[in-house]
Design a protein around this ligand. Sequence first.
Ligand SMILES: Nc1ncnc2c1ncn2[C@@H]1O[C@H](COP(=O)(O)OP(=O)(O)OP(=O)(O)O)[C@@H](O)[C@H]1O
Ligand code: SF4
Ligand SMILES: [Mg+2]
Length: 366
Amino acid sequence: MRTSHPGVPSCGRGSLSAPGERMKADPAMATAPANVTSAAAVSDDAEAALRLEGLSVTFAAEEGLLPAVQDLHLALPAAAITCLVGESGCGKSLTARAILRLMPPQARLGGRILYRGEDLLSLSEARMRALRGRHLAMIFQEPMTALNPVLRVGDQAAEALRLHAGLSAAQAREEVIRLFGEVGIPAAAERYAEYPHQLSGGMRQRVMIAAALSCRPDILLADEPTTALDATLQGQILHLIREQAQARGMAVLLITHDLGVVARVAAHVGIMYAGYLVEYGPTAEVFAQPLHPYTRGLMESSPARAPLGAARLPAIPGSVPPLGQRGAGCPFAPRCGQVLPVCRQSLPDEREENGRRVRCWLHAAS
Ligand SMILES: Nc1ncnc2c1ncn2[C@@H]1O[C@H](COP(=O)(O)OP(=O)(O)OP(=O)(O)O)[C@@H](O)[C@H]1O
Ligand code: SF4
Ligand SMILES: [Mg+2]
């Protein structure tokens, strides 16, 4: 267990199960998703298909090194969906892209990313190319920038099948048309020959999803994959991803802003704030009893929790500090209603107990 900062007095509220802080359960949010078993059944270490150990992403800038993701520990269990949530700029996409090592040149990666006994951060670029698309696949947040504008979408979706699965052009085309149908692309054979600009945002997103699933990867990184889709299609795609995860043992890291989506599909959820994972645990437990003030703020401001007819939702005051303006203490301190003097001086360590983890002085070890 990682515990509190040495030499800093405990604030005397050190239990990770804080019954006094228990939230009123929202029936829609607190219902355990179908695939939630227990923290022990999908524990952090034993069955992880991929493990991030102390991941950091730092940008080299004129003003010095700017940390964007820090000391992030996360295990992705096989056959399950783990969600990452947090406001814009918290480091969710960078975390996913770091796993594929698809980073801008000024970015530096630290820590370890363990997959099948290898640290992805120490592999050659050639070995990473062999893993990307085949074993590690990603649905990118921006389908327009991820798709090549001068290539037919079908050929792009077929690329991994030809490269990694050794399919002929005709076989790959047939499989892609089947996948297009599965992700809800109507007239799939005609769409195959179209270019990205001829498709709507939602249709491009579906092409990305089909391409990512084509080689049946072990690890799927899905960065807001259903944001551009209507509610019905969103449900279908999430169902498809969960079905693939369970049928093939695929581990999914799903990034979303939608806590309703998290409640429906995620076995585990991690909450990110300003580059740190500030809370993590089994979804049903986190939703029933959020420990970190930021998690509570996110839940209170979620439309999924709003009572019918509510005129306004409570909002967390302020905004996520940009890189370079994150001080020494807890980065949430300027926005936190429970801030303590120690919070502004030093960063709390992450504390872990019974599959729940939290980084907050309110839960530091006594
Ligand atoms: N190439 C880059 N150079 C410098 N800073 C960057 C770069 N890419 C991302 N950042 C910064 O890193 C932080 C985290 O970015 P990231 O894209 O991971 O956020 P996010 O949590 O995915 O947000 P959103 O919900 O808006 O997608 C942000 O402050 C962003 O401005
Ligand atoms: S400011 Fe203090 S109490 Fe608030 S989230 Fe940070 S560590 Fe916890
Ligand atoms: Mg993002």
